[in-house]
Design a protein. Sequence first.
Length: 209
Amino acid sequence: MAKGILARKVGMTQLFTERGTVVPVTVLESDSCHVVQRKTTSNDGYEAMQIGFGEQPGKRVNKPLSGHYRRSGVRPLLQLTEVRDPGDAEVGSRLHVEMFSAGELVDVTGISQGKGFAGTVKRHGFSRGPVSHGSMNTRQPGSIGSVDAARTFKGVKMSGHYGHARRTIRHLEVVRVDGERNLLLIKGSVPGHKNGVVLVRPSEREQAL
């Protein structure tokens, strides 16, 4: 079976180990993750598996996507993504959290929480200026251009939209797998807000071992 699943971030809690140590965990629920399409080298140029998560009314899906789901034998889903390890899962089948085991290392990918418009101190960790009387440069960025370019070069760290970007946290440990309730308990925090959808895959370091 392919090692990759979409899940919903329920929230965070804590568990106690046998030694009495508190372990913070993030609870992920995967109640409706299905295989929608298998891509092959002969047809698409590469091997991959398209999986979907979450259900939505058919009237909210356009005709091309409706036909795509109909051919797969699944109901319209909210989110689609690809996993490059196709495994042996069949189109239309449902993926379960039992593909992972306690103690396994995983990589979790999601959209980070948006912070809105932020300055350089908060967004990039700039140091602030002097806060003495008369200072006019407490939280300003400073110089943003060269001497004779008459413009600002691309890539200069400036104020702007902070957060709401695709982020991956690697080498997180699976603390517990609850197959009856389709829950994954992962040590530490994962990207995204509550009820956000994340992609869980085996850690690259664990694959190398």
